[in-house]
Ligand binder design. Structure first.
Ligand code: G6P
Length: 489
């Protein structure tokens, strides 16, 4: 079946991200246990039915042998996933090194400690070479599976080199690239030794997307200032070739969360949590255990609040769910120790024989428990130091139709631009301000909470992940058609 514009009803998408939405654990020589893994992008694309999406990415596991590679490829095929096999050294240099020790902190405006910075400077060249090599390995797999008419949608900072590799294979491939992190000010990007090569590689795409207008603007400025190219309202122009650059704010599959609250296991969890925390207000932080999430700052603010408000000490509990991530990167190991130390100190200081002020978990929750915990929360703390969008804030709002709890949200999260009017916006670096926002949120009138919640709920339920993906892909199709018309003129 065809649509009026001649495109097939269901367009074939090759969604390329560093990590597949399914992670694999080896059970035997040729047997595998597959598990759906967490992460913002994964959650977002779970809600999209318009396309026939095929995933290409790393399965998160080292498979050096051919038997293993073949059997894993077969197992993943059932889930429409195609693996890219990265050897251990490449993972170390590309994923732990260049992606997560260089690009990730830089794009979030977080300087590395001086000694790490020096070590990184020394290993920069080999890590960048591994990054390019890994991107080329992705391109090889895509090229092998590509069929004419497919849309190739590349995701995130791991794959900035990919658009260039793909266009070298086939200049007619429709290639989109989307960044899930912030794109920093051009003054920050300028400090990256590989600044120009990365920008040029991204510009090979037909469409380049960001969560917010600011990130798109920073990217265009980087291209004009560093590469000397021309920025236009449409994007970036290089010798007559236009790369379209625009903002496409992501959302969530809000119905999935709203429907889940009606399920009996979720209702059961809710009842259990309500009983467990009866008589206390529940505050919640849920994040990957990442330095961009501002977890120590948030916990210190909570400590300050307890210090200044003794009456609240036995009336409030903070549930901090910190999902371990990138555990081979030293900065993440340091953060884990730091968080544990602060939590231990505060619980020792304000805990009693029967209760502690902070419940800290180093693990993720299953979907039902997650929805239940969102639903019973009075105040959610999303206090990232920087964050591309942050979908925890959206998920919380979706689950709050009956409770109408308060969202404390960092002004440095992309979500501040969409949920700012309903949330209490804070500067997460200002612990004093954060502590007083906690007090304000806990005592807010029902009327104000309802008004704020309504604003955010309307936004979250009308700007869904499905709509986000549709908009990006249709814009990509249009961009390619327009470019063809232009070259014919
Ligand atoms: C962020 C990134 C994603 C990444 C996810 C989980 O949301 O934007 O690209 O997949 O974190 O991180 P990990 O390193 O475990 O894939």
């Amino acid at each position: 079946s065809e649509r009026l514009d001649g495109r097939p009803q269901k367009q074939r998408l090759l969604v390329v991200a560093n990590r597949l939405p399914v992670s694999a654990v080896r059970k035997g020589k040729d047997s595998w246990a597959l598990e759906v893994s967490v992460g913002g992008l994964v959650r977002a694309l779970l809600g999209v039915n318009e396309f026939e999406a095929n995933w290409i990415g790393w399965a998160g596991v080292n498979v050096p042998d051919e038997i293993g590679q073949r059997s894993l490829t077969e197992a993943l095929a059932e889930k429409r996933c195609i693996p890219v096999f990265l050897d251990q050294e490449t993972v170390h240099q590309y994923y732990n090194g260049y992606c997560n020790n260089i690009l990730w902190p830089l794009f979030h405006y977080l300087p590395l400690p001086q000694e790490d910075r020096l070590a990184t400077t020394r290993s920069f060249q080999s890590q960048f070479a591994a990054y390019k090599k890994a991107n080329q390995m992705f391109a090889d797999v895509i090229n092998e599976h590509y069929q004419e008419g497919d849309v190739v949608w590349c995701h995130d900072y791991h794959l900035m080199f990919l658009p260039k590799c793909l266009k070298e294979y086939n200049s007619k491939m429709k290639v989109g690239w989307f960044l899930h992190t912030p794109f920093p000010s051009s003054e920050i990007h300028r400090t990256l030794p590989s600044r120009s090569e990365l920008l040029r590689a991204v510009l090979a795409a037909d469409l380049v997307g960001f969560h917010t207008y600011d990130y798109a603007r920073h990217f265009v400025s980087a291209c004009t200032r560093i590469l000397g190219l021309e920025g236009t309202p449409e994007g970036v122009e290089d010798q007559g070739k236009l790369t379209r650059v625009a903002a496409f704010p992501i959302g969530i599959d809000s119905d999935r969360f709203i429907r889940a609250l009606e399920l009996s296991p979720v209702k059961y969890h809710i009842k259990e949590l309500q009983e467990r925390f009866a008589g206390r207000k529940v505050m919640l932080g849920i994040d990957r255990l990442d330095m961009i999430k501002g977890i120590p700052q948030r916990i210190l603010a909570f400590e300050k609040f307890l210090e200044e408000n003794p009456d609240w000490r036995d009336k409030v509990v903070l549930l901090q769910i910190a999902v371990p991530t990138r555990t081979d990167v030293p900065e993440y190991q340091k953060l884990t120790c730091q968080v544990h130390e602060i939590v231990g100190r505060i619980n020792g200081r304000f805990g009693t024989l029967t209760a502690v002020p902070i419940h800290h978990l180093d693990r993720s929750l299953d979907f039902h428990a997650l929805c239940a915990i969102y639903a019973v929360t009075d105040v959610a703390l999303v206090t990232s130091l920087r964050d591309g969008m942050n979908l925890v804030s959206y998920e919380f709002v979706a689950c709050q139709a009956s409770k109408k709890g308060v969202l404390i949200l960092s002004e440095f999260a992309g979500a501040a631009q969409s949920l700012g009017a309903g949330a209490i916006l804070v500067n997460p670096w200002n612990v004093t301000e954060l502590a007083s926002s906690i007090g304000y949120a806990l005592t807010m009138s029902a009327h104000e909470r309802e008004k704020r919640h309504h604003h955010n709920f309307m936004h979250v339920t009308t700007h869904t992940s499905q709509e986000w993906a549709e908009t990006f892909v249709s814009e990509l199709n249009d961009t390619v058609v327009e470019a063809q018309l232009r070259t014919r003129q």
